[in-house]
Design a protein around this ligand. Structure first.
Ligand SMILES: Cc1cc2nc3c(=O)[nH]c(=O)nc-3n(C[C@H](O)[C@H](O)[C@H](O)COP(=O)(O)O)c2cc1C
Length: 185
């Protein structure tokens, strides 16, 4: 199973990117091949042009990876009560999958992760991501991960997950992704 992760910010040690990476790592332990498009990779994408035309190498790599994947993990910080522009721009580029036999995220599970400084933004942004995944024909996993980066302090200095509740949620979401996204024999 191929699982693609999309998400992060340009902040050094982005908690969003680390959380998406943690879900991917849990999927990898369960046998998945994983690929992460983190903050700096997403920042190399130009603003999405709906008129199409020649795509950059960075754009083509993201579109091809999602086209070939069996499942996704998408993470966003809560920025001003919603999905960050960096992450949304990457999602908008996936409009290039509209004419595919299996358009957008069709039939695939999508694990969702939000990191924000307050609980209100975690909930609102998670709801917004669920709406986006529904619009793109994907199946948000029952468990979304909402992390309060101020109250919970999810990571230790070495970048490892330091919160048992979050670690449990990461493991549970990975289990749901792998169960739903299982490639038929
Ligand atoms: C431009 C900007 C807008 C933000 N807006 C909100 C917000 O509306 N609500 C909130 O709880 N936190 C807000 N935050 C805080 C971030 O969501 C929080 O620090 C998050 O954990 C950052 O993710 P990162 O560690 O991946 O960079 C904002 C931060 C920035 C930089």
């Amino acid at each position: 199973m191929k699982v693609v992760g999309i998400g992060g910010t340009l902040r050094d040690g982005s908690s969003t990117e680390r959380l998406v990476g943690a879900v991917l790592a849990a999927c990898a332990r369960k046998g998945a091949q994983t690929q992460l498009f983190g903050g700096s990779t997403l920042a190399a994408l130009p603003h999405f042009d709906p008129q199409g035309g020649e795509r950059t190498q960075a754009e083509a790599q993201l579109v091809e990876a999602v086209r070939a994947c069996d499942a996704l993990v998408i993470g966003s910080p809560g920025y001003h009560g919603g999905v960050s522009g960096l992450v949304k721009n990457a999602i908008d580029l996936l409009e290039d999958l509209r004419e595919d036999a299996r358009p957008y995220f069709d039939g695939r599970p999508v694990g969702l992760v939000v990191s924000a400084a307050g609980w209100q933004a975690t909930g609102v942004t998670l709801g917004a991501l669920r709406g986006i995944v529904h619009a793109m024909r994907g199946w948000p996993t029952p468990l979304g991960i909402a992390v309060n980066s101020v109250v919970q302090r999810p990571f230790a200095a070495d970048g490892s997950l330091a919160d048992d509740d979050i670690a449990g949620a990461v493991e549970a979401q990975a289990t749901q992704i792998m169960a739903f996204g299982k490639v038929p024999a």
